[in-house]
Design a protein. Structure first.
Length: 289
């Protein structure tokens, strides 16, 4: 894969992530929500990927130690992010997840032994400024207001940690990595259901399972290429370039949430978006120097 093609795919993948919330919230209108909706999506993806699982069975068996680390962390991040979209505003989920520059900087300094430079301090200060604006928009202390805020924050931190596992698994083909984090997502989502009681109330009405299954299959055909377009370019492009190009998710997510979600998007959300995007751009620029 050429670098130009990888860059185009990554931008498109980021755009697809930016509207990932839309089919999820449609599932909510069908009576399926929260971590349970995530489980149905992940299981459907794995069913559609059964031929791929069979093809890569030797890789999955021989590299399971590496895949279990990346799958557990990235799967947990993916699960928490998906669930958060049902429990807080879409724009809050997206922006709280994209505090990843902070976690990436802290991991670089305290785990990888990188220098704490002025630009890195700037990243932390600006990103936390965005966090303050977003969480303190209604007055009071800038702390998570609900379980959705908490899960979105955790998802970004876990994704940054999981990136270390993905770096170790860089030589492993993309599809085994996708399979690993789908399995990790299922396990974590099952645990989430037990902890926050996130099962839908089936007694409130009859669910149209034929429609739900059909929609899940279509959703999976959207999600699987999105996963691939996120991971495959990372094997060709530098981490700094990946970070810049993936900002397409924030732009598309913020715009789509403002226009289509029907949820509040005011000055606080706009300022928070600008601050977090600025922090991300400074972070990837520092890596490219």
């Amino acid at each position: 894969m050429s670098e130009n093609r990888a860059a185009i795919l990554l931008v498109l993948g980021g755009c697809m992530w930016g509207v990932y919330w839309m089919p999820l919230l449609y599932l909510e209108t069908l009576g399926i929500k929260g971590a349970f909706a995530g489980i149905l999506l992940y299981v459907t993806c794995l069913i559609l990927l059964l031929p791929v699982i069979w093809r890569y069975r030797s890789v999955l068996l021989s590299q399971w130690r590496i895949l279990i680390v990346s799958g557990a962390l990235t799967g947990c991040a993916f699960s928490f992010y998906t669930t958060s979209l049902f429990h807080t505003d879409v724009i809050r989920s997206i922006l709280l997840f994209y505090l990843t520059p902070v976690w990436g900087t802290l991991i670089g300094v305290f785990i990888l032994g990188e220098r704490l430079t002025f630009s890195r301090l700037s990243v932390i200060a600006i990103a936390f400024g965005g966090l303050y604006v977003i969480l303190g928009a209604e007055g009071g202390l800038p702390i998570p207001r609900n379980i959705g805020d908490v899960l979105a924050l955790l998802s970004g931190a876990l994704w940054s940690a999981g990136s270390l596992g993905l770096m170790r698994a860089k030589a492993i083909p993309v599809f085994p990595q996708i399979i690993a984090f789908l399995i990790g997502s299922i396990i974590i989502s099952l645990a989430t259901i037990l902890v926050i009681d996130d099962m839908p109330s089936f007694g409130q009405g009859t669910l149209n399972w034929a429609h739900i299954v059909g929609f899940l299959c279509l959703f999976s055909l959207y999600a699987i290429p999105m996963f691939w377009m996120t991971l495959a370019p990372a094997q060709v492009l530098t981490p700094a370039t990946v970070g810049i190009l993936l900002m397409s998710e924030v732009f598309v997510g913020a715009i789509s949430a403002a226009l289509l979600s029907g949820q509040p998007f005011g000055m606080a959300e706009l300022i928070g978006t600008i601050l977090i995007i600025t922090a991300a751009l400074i972070e990837v620029r520092s890596h490219s120097n």
